[in-house]
Design a protein around this ligand. Sequence first.
Ligand code: WTA
Length: 654
Amino acid sequence: MSEHDPKSQSSQTIDVLLEEDRTFEPSAQFKSQANIADPGIYEKARKDPENFWASFAEELHWYRKWDKVLEWNPPYAKWFVGGKINACYNCVDRHVKNGLRNKAALIWQGEPGEKRTLTYWDLYREVNKFANALKGLGVVKGDRVAIYLPMIPELVISLLACARIGAVHSVVFAGFSPEALADRIKDAKAKVLITADGGYRRGSIIPLKHDADYALMDTPSIEHVVIVKRGEFMLRVKEGRDHWYHRLMQEAANYCEPEPMDAEDMLYILYTSGTTGKPKGIIHTTGGYLVGTYATSKWVFDLKPQDVFWCTADIGWVTGHSYLVYGPLANGATQVMYEGAPDWPDRDRFWSIIEEYGVTVFYTAPTAIRAFMRWGDKEPAKHDLSSLRLLGTVGEPINPEAWMWYHRNIGREKCPIVDTWWQTETGSILITPLPGITKTKPGSATVPFPGIEAEIFTDKGERVEVGGGYLALTRPWPAMLRGIYGDPERYKAQYWTKWKGDLYFTGDGAKRDTEGYFWILGRVDDVINIAGHRVSTMEVESAFVDHPDVVETAVVGIADELKGQAIAAFVTLREGVELDHGLENRLKDHVVRKIGALARPKQILFTAELPKTRSGKIMRRLLRDIASGQVPGDTSTLADPSVVEQLKRRYEED
Ligand code: WTA
């Protein structure tokens, strides 16, 4: 942190944003039907946040009501203390019992073209059976289950089946490499792995079980592997350890009693990149998380019984956990789930899905919107998108141009846009418009959700009323993380020690305007946000130096038109290694093998030396400046200032 000055990096963004003065009021029509349209709710929630959250909790099913809404012993919060609840029961059984038994829960679209619709009853049946199958493999409350699946209904079923029996799920994005999977399995000491023979992405097959077999060579905690059969893919089955999902389901009993969980029992672990090398296992518990995702789904996405909600995120990321699984299902929503890529077989795939299923509320990422912009207005124009009534974005700052494009071409100038800011750690959306209340401004996530308090502070902890600084959260909220799995010290150090006074440090820079609107400026730590996915520079650096030809490397984020940010690497080779033509690609492939395709470096600059301080610290700020073509600022603390000049020259030649 210390070597980085967010103001210098963000000043340009601030200038650009300052010019943004377009505003959009919710229409009278939208207001009149919105789940929440009373602006007084902000003040009401501010005065009594505990009661505010409790009123949502009361809409859920509890085996035992809580004794106390909040117990706050910073940095540890307990919500709905003493309450007993089951997340799966609330997402499935409750609706089956309340008249939604035959309502579509999931409308699944496979990339090659298959369709499957699961009603709440179907989901109930499948989840019960799979919960029994897991129990049959010896999974008990508190055990960790790793999940490495493509975007197929069995992924949702797996999460809910774990939640039903109190097992802790740890989903690993199917685009991650076997090594990344192995690391996560080992950290969580998972007992069972659920995977598939394969999945489809952009017309090709991802051989998940084949990849998982590599991970499984190094994961002694795994006792059983469940394989979902997605296609006709080749794979090896290890007798005794590996089981076909469909066979287990044939033998499983129809009903499995849900486990009444303590509100603070762990629901899941989800790994995310932080500032040091190892990914952090973010812990979410049951009661507060469900209340937070339920409440925000209801108010931010304004979900109604007749809506068809489509969140395009993969369940491998937190957005899929909160806004494809727990939040919308707790609301009894009907959802679209799509397996594949937005440009397969054609660049209008998303729009054709919206038209076909009559999607009403659509939630996607700015990086996708920028790709759509590039593909041209004619793609969405081919389709009837008139079913849409509300749009959302998440994952990274949206540039005002992309916002306006989304507004015109997808929302046809009639849909409000909710730009939702949150994190894996926050569990639920925290800064966002409420579509029936909030005036929006392109590029601004607007204001904190009722009951949430955000502030901007300087490095020294001075509060910034209007202007830029670091984004902080000043009050606990129900879906907040409860820690980092197996590493309480890191939890404190990472989030709670930047300032005095029990303030949560988000790692984001932000600016507040004169109307109190927040403008998120992106990460201020060593995390690169690639297409809305967090990758830590340290992790990529470890992957580089793992290659025998590399001695040292420094990785920085550079602006990328499509993905928001991309990886630029400065690499020092081992003495005697020849810099041949293929080396750059071999190194890129190596990083992909270690982490996954999303971490593929965009550019590599080979250099004999990296700029370092006299104490030997690599000066990333300078590298960032060089990589983004800016003139490096202060070099007075450098051990050898000539290194920067040499680097700059090499960079310009490249
Ligand atoms: C960024 C994704 C600007 C931010 C839910 C945050 C955003 C990180 C927005 C979390 C937004 C997310 N505007 N930036 N609306 N939403 N971010 O953990 O830098 O994958 O800290 O969670 O994404 O990424 P994560």
